[in-house]
Design a protein around this ligand. Structure first.
Ligand code: C2G
Length: 154
């Protein structure tokens, strides 16, 4: 599937070169991209050969009462520039995960530990592996926003 932005060729489920790869999927908003996100993505990518990121759309976030600093398009552009990420797809509902797993032939869903045991992910164990990785301590989008609003460190 060509990326409509720049013609980049991404492997997708129907692509013959895609078969045989161990495919990883993760979900998130990835706003104000920071090293906690990057370390999660690096470790997720290390669990397989091909990493799909389902990125929360602005509309999906609005439904969660969240408004990201960067738009979906900007967050997607930043994720696609990360070497660990092979494909970014929209996350626009809580109910799309099983469809995503089937459509992209996913072998393992990976999330940060804050989701460990969550009903939002545990049921996916009927369809693929589910792995929770430790979060990176000391950083979060919320913290970054709070620190920026109080001005630079002295
Ligand atoms: N993360 C991490 N360490 C941090 C911050 C985030 O490992 N210091 C991980 C989170 O656990 C998550 C991913 O990075 O797996 C993306 O974080 P968010 O953008 O905050 O994602 P979230 O709001 O949890 O959205 O359907 C599920 C949602 O889309 C998940």
């Amino acid at each position: 599937m060509a990326n409509e932005n720049d013609g980049t060729q991404f492997k997708v489920a129907g692509d013959s070169s895609y078969r045989g790869l161990r495919r990883v999927l993760t979900y998130g908003t990835f706003d104000l991209l920071h090293y906690g996100h990057v370390r999660l993505l690096r470790r997720a990518a290390q669990l397989g050969d091909y990493l799909v990121v389902a990125l929360s759309t602005d509309e999906f976030n609005a439904g969660k009462g969240k408004k990201s600093f960067y738009s979906y398009e900007v967050r997607r552009e930043m994720l696609e520039s990360i070497r660990y990420v092979d494909l970014v797809i929209p996350e626009d509902s809580w109910e799309q995960k099983v469809t995503d797993i089937k459509e992209y032939g996913i072998d393992v869903v990976v999330m940060g530990g804050d989701w460990a045991g969550s009903d939002r992910f545990e049921y996916l164990k009927d369809y693929c592996e589910v792995v929770y990785l430790d979060r990176t301590e000391g950083i979060s989008t919320t913290q970054v926003k709070a620190n920026l609003s109080t001005g630079p460190t002295k």
